[in-house]
Design a protein around this ligand. Structure first.
Ligand SMILES: Nc1ncnc2c1ncn2[C@@H]1O[C@H](COP(=O)(O)OP(=O)(O)OP(=O)(O)O)[C@@H](O)[C@H]1O
Length: 265
């Protein structure tokens, strides 16, 4: 889409950013799937990425911690700035970077291990051996993910015996055990029933105090309920970015209005 009318809200000068993109383009082979998107992500806020299927939301999200590196023929231009570092710059240790910018996927994907081992797996891989530190990380992250009370008496049982909603909160706990600054979530509740969805949404609201969350969702009520900012993607562009309440009550762009009103997508 070219010459599309767009509206991108500028954040106040003093807003602290956890992450930002500048003219980010993502290609699959010769096809450009994301067309030069520049967005700020304010620290300790939830930003929802919405838009019709194929509009580039997941591609954009996945590029924010270089998950697209593993896709053959995928290429990124522009900048993704995290603490004055361009995460695509030469010399960036991708695994180290992902400790700061973690990800939760659409389908709960716990390892075939105990609840305890799921959470401590990455910590141990990064060299943590102290049992007290590991125990504390398990308790803290399960509490933050609002799962502790449900699993505290069965930490050494298989994670795969948990319900789908519990598994997804475990995956959130696993991600936050690394104490990331930014949590990327790709439709984290879309595979869940309404009760589990509500539990995962509650968890996200509680995490807002400590983490910056960027979430792709098809669920407009969810975006309206949980997010502070919303970016509307359309045909590979971010056409409108604003405070969520404005996007859902007085969007500036007609396509946004039509989409949030359910007229297409
Ligand atoms: N691995 C890939 N290889 C080639 N093209 C891809 C790949 N992944 C996505 N695309 C294309 O990039 C474009 C954007 O897709 P993307 O999945 O990012 O959109 P989306 O808005 O997240 O869609 P959905 O809501 O359906 O998940 C689409 O045209 C899609 O076909």
């Amino acid at each position: 889409m070219t010459n599309q009318e767009t509206f991108i809200r500028e954040l106040p000068q003093d807003a602290e950013l956890a992450l930002s993109t500048e003219d980010l383009r993502v290609f699959y082979g010769t096809k450009e799937a994301v067309h030069g998107v520049s967005l700020p992500f304010e620290r300790y806020k939830i930003t929802a990425l919405i838009g019709p299927s194929g509009s580039g939301k997941s591609t954009f999200l996945r590029s924010l911690n270089r998950m697209n590196d593993t896709v053959d023929g995928s290429r990124v231009t522009g900048k993704i700035m995290y603490r004055d570092l361009d995460i695509n710059a030469k010399g960036i240790d991708v695994y180290e970077m992902r400790k700061h910018i973690g990800m939760v996927f659409q389908r709960p994907n716990p390892f075939a291990k105990s609840i305890y081992d799921n959470i401590t797996f990455a910590l141990k891989r990064f060299g943590e051996k102290d049992k007290q530190v590991l125990d504390e990380a398990v308790e803290t992250s399960l509490k933050q993910a609002a799962l502790w009370d449900e699993v505290k008496d069965k930490l050494h049982q298989s994670a795969q015996a948990l319900s789908g909603g519990q598994q997804q909160r475990l995956c959130i706990a696993r991600a936050i055990a690394m104490q990331p600054d930014v949590l990327l979530m790709d439709e984290p509740a879309s595979a869940l029933d309404p009760i589990s969805t509500a539990a995962v949404e509650d968890t996200m609201m509680q995490l807002r105090d400590k983490y910056t969350i960027i979430i792709v969702t098809h669920n407009m009520q969810q975006a309206a309920r949980i997010s502070d900012y919303t970016a509307f993607f359309y045909n590979g562009d971010c056409v409108e970015y604003d405070e969520t309440r404005r996007i859902f009550t007085r969007p500036k762009i007609q396509a946004t209005d039509d989409y949030v009103a359910g007229h297409f997508g």
